[in-house]
Design a protein around this ligand. Sequence first.
Ligand SMILES: CC(C)(COP(=O)(O)OP(=O)(O)OC[C@H]1O[C@@H](n2cnc3c(N)ncnc32)[C@H](O)[C@@H]1OP(=O)(O)O)[C@@H](O)C(=O)NCCC(=O)NCCS
Length: 154
Amino acid sequence: MQQIITYRPAQVSDETAIKALIRAVNINPIGLKWHRFLVAVDENGELIGCGQIKPHWDGSRELASIAVQKAWRRQGIAGAIIEQLFANEQPPIWLTCMDKLIPFYEQFGFVEVMSGDGRSIPLYYRFARTFFKPIQKLSRIPGYLAVMVWPGGH
Ligand SMILES: CC(C)(COP(=O)(O)OP(=O)(O)OC[C@H]1O[C@@H](n2cnc3c(N)ncnc32)[C@H](O)[C@@H]1OP(=O)(O)O)[C@@H](O)C(=O)NCCC(=O)NCCS
């Protein structure tokens, strides 16, 4: 049976569910202001996915907090959230992700940016990488934290 999924800007009443989903998928829990989020909800109004564009102190904007409940994955929900968040944005948009997700974000036009490849990485993401290294070591997370940018186009 076809399920009806609604995509809409978050409301204050979504805040608890957004925080719970971000905690459940174990991604960055900092900067989860509900008013920046786009959410996907099911027919009962339950949160099934979310994402936001987060502005930073260095002037950059980050695609962040992309998460979908396990039971709803591989149905294009994260993709739809990203496309709708992009509808009102101009490039560049930055993000950080574990290296295994690079192919996922490449589908939406993101390219990985390495230090020293000629494109300067905004300070926020350089700090994020430095800050993440000891956490990764302690938690024995495999791979590395990639920095990617959407320079415009798909
Ligand atoms: C990553 C995540 C958001 C993807 O959500 P999703 O709704 O399943 O993604 P979509 O269905 O829109 O994916 C579209 C395509 O991306 C690719 N894709 C999806 N998940 C992927 C993954 N984990 N790794 C590599 N490619 C992936 C597939 O090609 C998929 O198409 P297909 O199902 O036809 O093969 C989801 O797995 C999740 O919430 N993970 C935990 C939180 C997380 O890691 N967030 C990212 C933080 S940087």
